[in-house]
Design a protein around this ligand. Structure first.
Ligand code: BG6
Length: 491
């Protein structure tokens, strides 16, 4: 890609020995290098507190790449080239001396430095202020922030203030890795490049929308971390609301970062608050109890290692969200996400309304409404259910419903769909903020989420129990069936 030839940089990876970096970031950078998307002069500097030299870090990186990349995808020549880009600086995040070493290393190098914070937010402040002290905070240098950005509006404002004291908003890239997923990108193309959908995308034609992000895993040894957040803060505040924004926003005037983010913000501002009056009809929180996963017994949330038996933290959330504007009046957006559900699937269902007058057999009424399915994972793709006439002389005018299907990896002959982090790292290196979340978006999302959490706290009702390996508590079915609808059964 020629566009990237102008985008050489120094990528300073804070938290380079942590889990995110080992599992995801190094691997994503390797694949970008393999695809020829990293400039020859780009350098990657691992940064962590542990004493280590360049060779030690290169060994760690090699070991992790060999562990997390399939042998057939790990090419010797690419690996060699990639490892040559790496070096290491020991920095205790709170001590200025390490940053001075970093500044010394980068002296006379005019490439932008990207400070990627794969660290807990508690050290963002120290890192930013120390980078400022050694003069590494000036544009075009950038800072990339990983979630969680706070646990409520107030704490997220604190984090944002600390960063903003040293880096401008145009230098700040807040990651929501869902925005880097292929199908999420495609949502924009689908809506705004196809009049067929663009013209129908409103309350006149759409009955309702469902967003499901289901995971099979439980909390996987991170009980005490997860227990402080829960599914609402961990998944809804960011990933599900970002998907909702891209589905519901008005057309931006162009594809620039702020044009897109302005439109997303309007959706967040138009979300109808869920309060103590509406919490029971509009939101359900659940917590898994022991059950089965792939035929094997698995423990409940309160039986996981390190669990506190009193915990009311939710591992499942279902919400009926409503958007108060002309486009979406009367169209519910049902959100559902949880741990220990039957399968890992993320999908969006856009259910279209039926034609105003129905003329086919009475028992086939439900086939005569189009359903658009956007699969984020697994098997990224888009499918549109349409009704046609069943073939055969003996069938009369019987309808059948079938999919018009695009499977991305088959359609575009790809062996692998790039991971979200590959796209996001590439965009940061190119200085494009479109796929990153602006401060006001984060804060409006927290405003809406905080109200729901407050309403739950005030209700004093514990989360509803659901069996591991099921689709969540019975009340989540009631949430949608009360409106005469049901969750997509093909999930
Ligand atoms: C993260 C959450 O942001 O997203 C995790 O903190 C969750 O709890 C993960 O498991 C899911 O991401 P993906 O891409 O696997 O759907």
């Amino acid at each position: 890609m020629s566009v990237n030839s102008q985008h050489a940089c120094n990528l300073a990876l804070f938290g380079a020995l942590g889990d995110l970096s080992r599992r995801k970031l190094l691997k994503a950078l390797y694949f970008l290098d393999d695809a020829g998307l990293i400039h020859d002069d780009t350098r990657i500097i691992g940064i962590a507190r542990q004493e280590m030299d360049d060779a030690g870090f290169i060994d760690v990186a090699k070991e992790n790449l060999e562990r997390f990349i399939k042998a057939k995808e790990l090419k010797k020549n690419v690996l060699e080239r990639f490892l040559k880009r790496l070096s290491y600086v020991t920095i205790d995040m709170t001590e200025i001396s390490g940053y001075e070493k970093l500044a010394e290393k980068l002296k006379g190098d005019d490439k932008p430095m990207i400070a990627y914070m794969a660290t807990p937010p508690s050290v963002f402040g120290d890192i930013c202020s120390n980078l400022d002290k050694v003069g590494l905070n000036k544009s075009p240098n950038r800072v990339v922030l990983e979630k969680p950005l706070g646990k409520d509006l107030a704490s997220s404002q604190e984090i944002n203030d600390v960063v903003a004291a040293h880096f401008g908003e145009e230098q700040t890239y807040r990651i929501d890795h869902y925005l880097g997923k292929e199908t999420v990108q495609n949502l924009i193309a689908l809506r705004f490049a196809n009049n067929l959908f663009g013209s129908q995308w409103n309350q006149n034609h759409i009955d309702h929308v469902q967003i499901t992000v289901a995971e099979e895993v439980g909390v996987e040894g991170r009980w005490s971390y997860y227990d402080k957040s829960g599914q609402m803060r961990d998944m809804v505040q960011n990933h599900l609301l970002q998907l909702l924004c891209l589905l519901a926003m008005d057309p931006p005037f162009d594809l620039s970062a702020d044009a897109i983010r302005d439109e997303k913000l309007k959706v967040l501002r138009a979300l109808k608050p869920i309060t103590t009056e509406t919490i029971n009809t509009h939101a359900v929180r659940g917590q898994y109890v022991a059950g089965n996963h792939q035929g094997k017994p698995v423990p409940g949330y309160l039986e996981e290692d390190g669990a506190n038996l009193e915990s009311h933290t939710e591992t499942f959330v279902a919400i009926k969200a409503e958007i108060s504007n002309w486009r979406w009046a009367g169209v519910p957006f049902y959100l559902r996400t949880g741990k220990r559900l039957p399968s890992k699937v993320s999908e969006i269902i856009v259910q279209f309304k039926q034609q105003p007058h129905y003329i086919f057999a009475p028992d086939q009424r439900n086939l005569a409404a189009n359903k658009l399915v956007l699969r984020l994972q697994p098997d990224e793709g888009i499918s549109l259910q349409i009704a046609t006439k069943d073939q055969g002389l003996d069938k009369g005018m019987r309808l059948r419903s079938g999919p018009l299907d695009i499977n991305f990896s088959e359609a575009f002959k790809q062996d692998r769909t790039p991971d979200a982090y590959e796209r996001l790292l590439l965009e940061v290196m190119m200085g494009n903020q479109s796929l990153f979340v602006r401060r006001d978006e984060v804060e409006y999302a927290w405003r809406w989420v905080d109200q729901i959490i407050d309403a739950w706290d005030q209700s004093n009702e514990p989360p509803k129990k659901y069996q591991a390996g099921s689709w969540g508590p019975v009340s989540s079915i009631a949430l949608i069936s009360r409106d005469g609808r049901s969750w997509n059964e093909d999930s």
